[in-house]
Design a protein. Structure first.
Length: 328
């Protein structure tokens, strides 16, 4: 079923999801799941990961708590790049490969008070990184010989991040007043959506033509496995599939900055979207007020969305290809 036909079906859906704003020590603000008390106040990192086919297989992406996928350029079939957020980053093994960042990634990382881990970027990022809240660590990470061109050989390890934080003087704990204790609102228990519309496959290949990204519901794990380039995305280290309890899709317009395809998504603003979990989907609205303001999500009755505990995939779907999104 094409997404543009789903809105009418959802128009009559009313009913708030169970909300919970309770925060406990040892709870991750990214997943709602328990973490070691020692890192409960540790701010996350947001690691830029190359998503070109030559860069595969990825290392460490299956361990990310939140993964953003977005168009990296309007060129090359609108190739995407991943931004992976981690709470327990000090224990990461080989992760990446690491690539450059874009303006949109900075604005999203800022709302998590996350430290952005990348290797440079186009000059458009300079004014964004100059903001006092846009803390980042760029380049100089481990180079690992893998038989690929140099741009696909840079990786980062948790121990490396610990040293780079100490050397740079960047705080490892939150240094910005956040709107609340968790980035998302989480359901107390696993919750089914008030919807009869099935979303067994989330096909984003119409929007992300180069990668042909898809998410496929796995009934055994009750999560969505990520596929691209026609294959299941599996971690190079242990074969673990990159899979998500929650899928959020945002309809976002963008501004192309030059003929090379560099762009900025208009993530400050509001528009429609979808929330998908446990094989079902509902329409939502998203809203972000500022670079550091959290993106809030609302169900059709106007209540702020509460999601299930676990890992979350967030896809920024360009508005000009939103109608090419297919749920079935």
């Amino acid at each position: 079923m094409k997404v543009k036909n789903v809105v009418a079906i959802f128009a009559g859906i009313i009913g708030a999801l169970t909300l919970s704003t309770t925060v406990y020590a040892g709870t991750s603000e990214l997943t709602g799941l328990e973490v070691d008390d020692a890192i409960a106040g540790q701010r996350p990192v947001a690691i830029m990961v190359d998503n070109e086919k030559k860069a595969l297989a990825h290392y460490g992406t299956a361990e990310a708590d939140v993964v953003y996928e977005m168009m990296n350029s309007t060129a090359n079939g609108r190739i995407t790049r991943l931004m992976c957020l981690y709470k327990d980053w000090a224990n990461l093994q080989q992760t990446g490969s690491i690539r450059s960042t874009r303006t949109t990634n900075i604005m999203i990382a800022d709302e998590y008070n996350a430290v952005l881990i990348h290797d440079g970027g186009p000059f458009y990022i300079k004014s964004y990184l100059a903001q006092p809240y846009a803390e980042h660590i760029s380049g100089g990470f481990s180079r690992i010989k893998n038989g690929k061109p140099t741009e696909y050989t840079e990786y980062v390890f948790g121990s490396e991040l610990v040293n780079r934080f100490a050397k740079s003087g960047i705080s490892t704990t939150y240094n910005m007043q956040m709107e609340r204790g968790t980035h998302f609102l989480f359901n107390e228990a696993d919750t089914e959506l008030p919807s009869d519309v099935v979303a067994g496959t989330v096909d984003m290949s119409g929007a992300f033509a180069h990668n042909k990204s898809q998410l496929v519901f796995n009934p055994e794990t009750r999560t969505y496995d990520y596929y691209e380039y026609g294959a299941l995305h599996q971690d190079a280290e242990d074969g673990q599939a990159m899979t998500f309890k929650n899928v959020i899709l945002q309809n976002v317009s963008f501004k192309q900055l030059d003929k090379n395809g560099y762009l900025t998504y208009n993530v400050i603003g509001s528009d429609k979207g979808y929330y998908i979990t446990n094989g079902k989907v509902i329409p939502i609205m998203w809203s972000k007020a500022s670079e550091t303001g959290m993106t809030h999500y609302y169900s059709s009755d106007g209540q702020e969305l509460s999601i299930n505990k676990g890992k979350t995939y967030i896809g920024l779907i360009p508005s000009d290809s939103w109608d090419k999104l297919v749920l079935q």
